[in-house]
Design a protein around this ligand. Structure first.
Ligand SMILES: [Zn+2]
Length: 459
């Protein structure tokens, strides 16, 4: 059993009113709200840091199960009640601490927002005190932890936020938010840039809705909807004992981004190649242009895209390719419920030698590999598929059929040309010949089951 989380963004429409967006005033309300919440957070951060002994108080807890009494750190809920008791004016408790009177400093502050702010601060202040104590114990002079900042994205609990979905026309959906106008608190409606993708993710089975966050950018504003899911998956040791276990192995490369092989009962039952579709070459050309412009330096050429734009383009292409490849890997996994996903522990190709753009291109390719690896693992886990990293030793050098040491080669004008960069693999022991990346992918299964010791056998 494990937990996984994901975020889906819902953009608020802040374009001009006549284009169907919110007006300028509504945009400033969001900023005001964020500002006053930051101020309230600062208030409670100061309050808690002024009472460190309460924050780190140890209380006796009676276990309902065993009836035993144990000592534990005071719970966040208890701290919340304690903080409210000392700072908020209520009918039963009309006088909070005079120097910590929140009700006076922030009149009419909505309770939900106050509680979300206090909870947020408890985590921050405790984390700070723990690292501070560790630092004091260590006796070091350097590395004193800094006091945490109070600013954070506002969390929207029920009672401060509702999503009104107009079922007939999803494009006319609204988000109702409790915002601070600069003088009072009010409910305001914000048009959204609603889309089907958002609705699909929201309604997907098995995902639980968490409290969303309001994230303000320089030009944009968005609601980040958090979802979590409990994953039920077998432990790897259990899986390994299953004689019908399906393993999905992935070999990550530069031109063939991923070679996916599926194995059951000792035989490969499916293979999928995910090509980079010319990405590596295109990136190399872009990097060449960047290097040339940097060498020329000085004035930007009119009408030509700047290096910044080129870098952004390269990064976006990499991200897109990583998502697409990860999706392809998970698609294969989904066909075999209960399978295990196998990766090699990542090796980085040294980005040395060759031209500057060549070195940079190697670096980018390495980053892409890491990104695919990470995304595929996350996406697969959300579907209940656990991944394992296997030892990469020998997977590209030895024969997947007999374990003998092989050679790489290419065909040039019908002739075999041996060379380390060759796309094909040949085993001189059993005369097996195949695509080198396919051979490596098959070897990942061997590495997982520890089947070969990579010693040449005599035929
Ligand atoms: Zn062989």
């Amino acid at each position: 059993m494990g937990q996984t989380a994901r975020t889906t963004k819902l953009l608020l429409d802040l374009s001009a009113r006549d284009q169907g967006g919110a007006n300028a005033g509504k945009r400033s309300h969001l900023e005001e709200t964020s500002k006053i919440l930051d101020a309230a957070r600062q208030f409670y951060l100061d309050f808690f840091l002024a009472h460190p002994e309460k924050l780190m108080e140890r209380v006796e807890v009676l276990s309902k199960k065993t009836g035993e009494v144990s000592e534990r750190l005071i719970s966040a809920d208890k701290l919340l009640t304690w903080a409210e008791f000392h700072t908020v004016t209520t009918a039963e408790h009309p006088d909070p601490l005079p120097e910590w009177n929140f009700s006076q400093a922030f009149p009419d502050f909505p309770n939900r927002y106050r509680r979300s702010v206090i909870k947020d601060v408890i985590g921050k202040a405790r984390g700070y005190l723990t690292t501070l104590r560790k630092w004091q114990h260590s006796g070091k002079k350097q590395g004193k932890p800094g006091i945490p900042t109070a600013s954070n994205h506002p969390t929207l609990y029920a009672g401060t936020y509702t999503l009104d979905l107009d079922e007939l026309d999803l494009r006319k959906s609204f988000v109702r938010l409790k915002v601070y106008t600069g003088s009072t608190w009010a409910w305001v409606q914000y048009p959204t840039r609603y889309n089907r993708y958002f609705e699909q993710r929201r309604a997907e089975e098995g995902w639980e809705q968490e409290s969303p966050q309001l994230v303000l950018g320089k030009q944009s504003a968005a609601i980040h909807c958090l979802q979590s899911k409990t994953i039920k998956a077998r432990k790897i040791v259990e899986s390994k004992r299953d004689p019908d276990l399906v393993t999905v192995a992935v070999d990550l490369n530069v031109k063939q981004l991923a070679v996916i092989t599926v194995r059951q009962h000792g035989t490969i039952i499916q293979t999928r190649f995910v090509s980079d579709q010319g990405l590596d070459q295109a990136r190399f050309r872009h990097l060449g242009r960047i290097a040339k412009k940097q060498w020329q330096s000085g004035q930007a050429v009119k009408g030509e895209r700047s290096n910044q734009q080129l870098w952004r383009h390269i990064r976006r292409q990499n991200t897109d390719a990583a998502h697409e490849t990860a999706r392809a890997i998970v698609e294969v996994c989904e066909q075999y419920p209960g399978c295990v996903l196998l990766f090699e522990r990542l090796r980085t190709i040294k980005a040395a030698g060759g031209s500057k753009s060549r070195r940079r291109n190697r670096k980018q390719a390495n980053q892409l590999k890491g990104k695919i690896n990470q995304l595929a693992k996350e996406k697969a886990y959300a579907k209940g598929v656990v991944s394992v990293e296997v030892n990469p030793h020998g997977t590209s050098q030895y024969c997947a059929r007999c374990g003998g040491k092989g050679v790489r080669f290419t065909y040039q004008a019908g002739q075999r040309v041996k060379g380390r960069g060759g796309k094909l693999f040949f085993c001189p022991v059993c005369h097996y010949e195949c695509h080198a990346d396919f051979n490596a992918s098959c070897n990942v299964h061997h590495s997982f089951f520890r089947e070969f010791h990579w010693q040449p056998r005599t035929p």
